[in-house]
Ligand binder design. Structure first.
Ligand code: ADQ
Length: 470
């Protein structure tokens, strides 16, 4: 079914990208993807303003712009501590990325998470009209659908998870796991990036909660509700990214990078500074290459761009310190008068500059320990010169690996595999680079962000409406 003219899209996510915003500084893959979707369809994007208020009033700040309206609300300090820094970033994020060692289980966090989701529901409910379709994003908002139902919202509501879904036994360590998963049955459609994340979800629902799964695996019944579950891998705005890569700024950056590389091959890594991205293991893998291939080492260098994120959470401060120490040590041990092995940069860059950096590099090194998807892998491919493309080295544990089998796939925990992959990429003949890139680019073009949005919203529109059933 086509998206009806009457039906607006209400997107709800923790943070909202400014409607008038330029692309510079946009750091979350989610922000980039949803902006494109909303510009095309129109509607409202609701979320936390990022701001703080003494007493929560639920007053919404509405801003019209660039094809859609943003609606944001301030939160109290305790909300931010317990919901955002607490449950979202210190409980769910590490757990969903298989890092039980970092996950903190505190009743206060769980309570704050529930309270803020209720506050979001109270605030956004009056903005939702009868024919609207509601699409809730990511792990910050899992219970929001149920809270909207409790407030009489019979609209079609979908939920998409941008992170991995953890294996059943890991999730079972979360004290309120069953209650949390139960809230997901308020939705009409649940979307995951990969079959692996979807299967983990179904395992939990079936084995821990006794949910009933239909034979073909895409419909689950629990507590009188029927939910459709789909694999829906996110893409990038490929056409836009290609245009960025051809822009004056990108070309200028590309030439600047080539000049500064003085004939050496550049390897590039671009990631939010997050322990899930495997940055420490990546630097150690690169060092391994330097040690194993002394003859090659001064022929290349690694540019790692890693803007800090979630700086008020302790585990993020620790990873930052670790990386500063590690890059300093590796440079101290291996650098020479005319060569430094690692350029480690803690800044965000405008997307056209990033596109130029990707294009100038011989190798894109994308080695998360665990990642829902990973958009950098796709951006890297989209930015390449078709006649002389670079090589993508990609972690098997990124969701993107399911679609990007023609990359050089590695186990990011193995320094030896990273080192071997760098050698393979450096020596890869041009014909093979072009063949692999063409296959990867076909996928990045076919399953782009517009495809992702349409696949999800088509499923959502096709779901039986509660209003019609009643
Ligand atoms: P993220 O964890 O933020 O997203 P990712 O998919 O790699 O990860 O997206 C990062 C985005 O930020 C990319 O568009 C990248 O260009 C941009 N970025 C990174 N460093 C930058 C810098 N220094 N300057 C400017 N831009 C920078 C979450 C999930 C992912 C999932 C996405 C989308 O964790 O697994 O792919 O959502 O679903």
């Amino acid at each position: 079914m086509e998206f009806g003219a009457l039906s607006r899209l209400i997107v709800i996510s923790n943070r909202v990208a400014p409607a008038e915003g330029s692309h510079s500084g946009a750091q979350g893959g989610l922000a980039v993807a949803l902006q494109s979707a909303l510009r095309e369809m129109g509607g409202i994007w609701f979320g936390w303003s990022g701001g703080q208020t003494d007493v929560f009033t639920g007053q919404v700040n509405l801003q019209r712009g660039d094809g859609y309206t943003t609606a944001t609300v301030d939160l109290e300090e305790q909300d931010i501590d317990e919901y955002y820094n607490g449950y979202a970033n210190r409980t769910l994020w590490p757990l969903f990325h298989y890092r039980m060692d970092l996950a903190e289980y505190e009743r206060g966090f769980a309570g704050g998470y529930q309270r803020v989701n209720e506050r979001f529901a109270d605030t956004v409910r009056p903005l939702i009209e009868q024919d609207d379709t509601v699409w809730i994003q990511d792990y910050h908002m899992i219970p929001l659908g149920q809270e909207l139902r409790r407030r009489g919202c019979a609209n079609r509501i979908g939920f998409f998870l941008h992170t991995p879904w953890p294996p059943r036994r890991l999730l079972a360590t979360l004290p309120e796991a069953n209650e949390l998963v139960e809230t997901l049955f308020a939705y009409d459609v649940l979307g995951f990036h990969t079959a692996e994340w979807l299967e983990s979800f179904c395992d939990f629902a079936r084995l821990e909660m006794g949910a009933d799964i239909e034979e073909d695996g895409d419909v689950i019944r629990f507590g009188g509700r029927t939910v459709r579950v789909i694999v829906c891998p996110i893409g990038i705005d490929t056409a836009e990214f290609r245009a960025l890569a051809a822009s004056d700024t990108a070309q200028h950056t590309c030439r600047q990078m080539e000049r500064s590389a003085v004939g050496r091959a550049m390897i590039v890594g671009v990631d939010r500074l997050d322990y899930s991205k495997g940055l420490e293991e990546r630097l150690l893998g690169f060092e391994r290459f330097l040690l194993e291939h002394p003859e090659e080492r001064k022929e290349l260098f690694l540019l790692q761009i890693a803007p800090p994120s979630r700086a008020s959470v302790g585990s993020y401060q620790r990873i930052r310190n670790t990386l500063e120490g590690l890059s300093g040590r590796i440079n101290g041990e291996h650098a020479d008068l005319d060569w430094v092995p690692i350029r480690y940069v803690n800044q965000g860059y405008p997307r056209d500059v990033l596109a130029g950096v990707y294009r100038a590099s011989r190798i894109g090194l994308v080695t998360p320990l665990r990642d829902g998807m990973n958009l950098v892998a796709k951006e890297y491919v989209a930015a390449q010169d078709p006649g002389d493309p670079g090589v993508l080295i990609l972690s098997r544990f990124a969701g993107a690996a399911a679609q990007m089998q023609e990359a050089v796939l590695v186990n990011p925990y193995s320094a030896e595999e990273i080192s071997d992959a760098i050698l393979t990429a450096l020596r890869m003949p041009r014909d093979e680079r072009i063949a692999r890139w063409r296959a990867l680019m076909d996928g990045v073009e076919r399953e782009d962000v517009m495809w992702w949005r349409k696949r999800f919203t088509d499923e959502l529109i096709a779901a039986p409406s509660l209003a019609e059933v009643d």
